[in-house]
Ligand binder design. Sequence first.
Ligand SMILES: Cc1ncc(COP(=O)(O)O)c(C=O)c1O
Length: 432
Amino acid sequence: MKTIKERDREVIWHPYTPMKAWPEAIAIVKGEGAWLIDEDGDRYLDAISSWWVNLHGHSHPYIAQKVSEQVSTLEHCIFAGFTHEPAVRLAERLLEILPGEMRRIFYSDNGSTAVEVAIKMSLQYWKNKGIKKKKLVALQNAYHGDTFGAMAVSGRSVFTEAFADFLFDVVFIPFPAAANSSESVAALENILKQGDVAAFIVEPLVQGSAGMCMYTPDVLEQYFALCRKYNALIIADEVMTGFGRTGPLFASSQVNTTPDMICLSKGLTGGSMPLGVTACTLDIFDAFYDEDRTKMLYHGHSFTANPTICAAALASLDLLLEENCTESRNMIIDAHQKFAAAIRGHSALSDTRQTGTILAFELKTDTASYHTSIRDVMYRFFLSKKVIMRPLGGIIYILPPYCISNDELQYIYACIREFLETAVLNGATPCA
Ligand SMILES: Cc1ncc(COP(=O)(O)O)c(C=O)c1O
């Protein structure tokens, strides 16, 4: 009988995978806490929360129970003209914990669609008001998703290259690296001054796909305050940073000026099922609240606010808001800090950085390319140690589920240390 892995090779096209160079996928049959178990019984420690989604561990029994109860009561129903308790309750609970003056929740399917909705809301907001503001501003190297609008507001890179001719124009300002943050803030102000900016979209505090590039709440506050001053809308894309990754529940809670729209997904359901949310203020909602039907928001997906998925999100929120989840996050933050302090300055590293539960290491490589050859070397090395890491070019990072134990973290750190020693010995880091 063929294995899952063999059958997969005949029928599946995997995401973000060079199918010729990388034909084999590991077939997972079970998830348990921070571990994924394959069809041969091998166990892999999920150091990246399965693409940054998992919060409380795989196949969490509490989420499974709530999903099971919901699916046998009401699995799905149309969400135009109809509603249901899980969607309403989830909206009520999210509005209670989100930063700022969020008053309405618009559901969609994933992070990219949450961003699409925010882009459409911000462009139509101004159109509905009869004000000509059409420009969108984003950070260089941003990543906001893979649908066309989300790609357009993402930095132009190998991810978007094939579609470059089809992406609408967006103004990109430099990333606020410590050395040039004032340049970045000034660039934003110069564009805002022109008076035609509809919205500024940003990954608050950490640019994930760019390589876990981090900047300070002070810079974020300056961006947001400038947008307020010049009357441009603020979209905080918290798809990755939301639900405690940066320490507090949301990265944008760390600043005083608050966004007009917040995009959520990934950890929203504890990583158990796909769901997107675009939260917005009453001011945004009111711009669409009109008898004139051309002013309504023409957007919706077949599975909008699926009750089963909303039940998973409610269960995840229960777990997230328990005291011991905060303690777990603090344990991770503390352990990361200690390891970062111990490894900082290693001759194979050009940078070590941390924001909350996210810890990243930048290798000294001769290229910043996403496809640098060291990336595959690292990926394979960690897999051989049964740790799931997906380096971003020459950047290794840990973004663990909150259920991870200190021992499991120490194991990941030991593997990183071992890799760095091997890298130096083998000369795998040409600039080291
Ligand atoms: C900040 C950010 N926004 C949007 C997305 C897109 O989310 P999804 O993959 O669910 O479409 C991602 C995915 O990594 C992300 O990190």
